[in-house]
Design a protein around this ligand. Structure first.
Ligand code: ADP
Ligand code: MG
Length: 271
């Protein structure tokens, strides 16, 4: 008998109503993210992507449905720090150095100083920040601050990363480099990623699957298989025909709205 790894996230029938019934942000969201899988959420502004991520992170309570994170309740997963978070703003502590920012989750978890140092050194190496360990956030570019936030999110080797438009503020070149780095890091650590983005090419480049959501109330209208790129040849992937057709398929699913049948680039039915 093979042992199935625990899924990173399992959502069933998740709904969210804000303001005493005035705003239905999410309706009947069902989604399972496998261990180590990279899934992007894409959809129009206000469709509930951030809300869904915050529900997974236990920063918001669902009005309906069940949320299981790494086999536990969302609350238990938060207490156990089973996931790392990186949002659009790096959210670093200005008065702490780069290294101290990266070590924060370890410190909060009572990890001894020597071990913290070893881990932060490793993470700063992975994210290319070794030379900036003693700098303060204000001394870094936006892209570097974002890398610090990602290093911090990875500090406890979480099986899951929750990222809400983490590269939104970056210029296109930095953004593409960060995408490559994120993939490498996720692969190295085996982490699953739930990634919110506005950018179709970004979603297609990064993801094993792209989840397309409808305007409010946010529902899942299509799930497209977009994985399988030769990541070793990452620079070239974006200019291949397969990449362009995957981008076109996601764009079509976004514009067609609910009730349409999503096809993969291979043309196979996904719903
Ligand atoms: P997205 O990230 O897809 O742009 P959000 O999840 O931020 O969308 O928001 C989804 C909807 O829920 C929006 O209509 C937003 O105004 C509403 N919303 C989000 N957070 C709150 C809140 N704390 N109180 C009331 N309404 C909220
Ligand atoms: Mg948002």
């Amino acid at each position: 008998m093979t042992v199935q790894p625990i899924p990173a996230v399992e959502l069933a029938g998740v709904g969210k109503i804000f303001s005493a019934g005035a705003v239905t942000a999410l309706a009947d969201i069902g989604l399972t993210v496998a261990a180590g899988e990279f899934v992007s959420l894409i959809g129009p502004s206000g469709c509930g992507k951030s809300t869904l991520l915050r529900i997974i992170a236990d920063l918001e309570q669902p009005s309906a449905g069940t949320v299981v994170v790494h086999g536990k309740t969302a609350r238990q997963a938060r207490l156990d720090q089973d996931y790392g978070i990186a949002f659009q703003q790096a959210g670093l502590l200005d008065w702490r150095t780069v290294q101290e920012n990266v070590e924060l989750p370890l410190q909060l978890h009572g990890v001894a100083k020597r071990e913290r140092r070893a881990r932060s050194a490793e993470l700063l190496e992975i994210t290319g920040l070794t030379d900036f360990a003693r700098r303060f956030p204000a001394e870094l570019s936006g892209g570097m601050q974002q890398r610090v936030a990602i290093a911090r999110a990875l500090a406890r080797k979480p099986p899951l990363l929750l990222m809400d438009e983490p590269f939104g503020a970056l210029d296109e070149m930095t953004r593409e480099r960060m995408q490559g780095e994120l993939l490498r890091i996720a692969e190295e650590t085996g982490a699953a990623v739930v990634f919110v983005t506005h950018s179709i090419p970004e979603a297609v480049f990064l993801s094993d699957r792209v989840v397309v959501m409808s305007p409010r109330p946010g529902r899942v209208t299509a799930v497209l298989d977009t994985g399988g790129w030769d990541r070793a040849a990452e620079e070239d992937v974006r200019s291949t025909d397969a990449f362009f057709s995957a981008v076109a398929a996601v764009r079509a699913a976004l514009h067609e709205g609910p009730g349409t049948v999503a096809k993969t680039t291979a043309g196979q039915d996904l719903r």
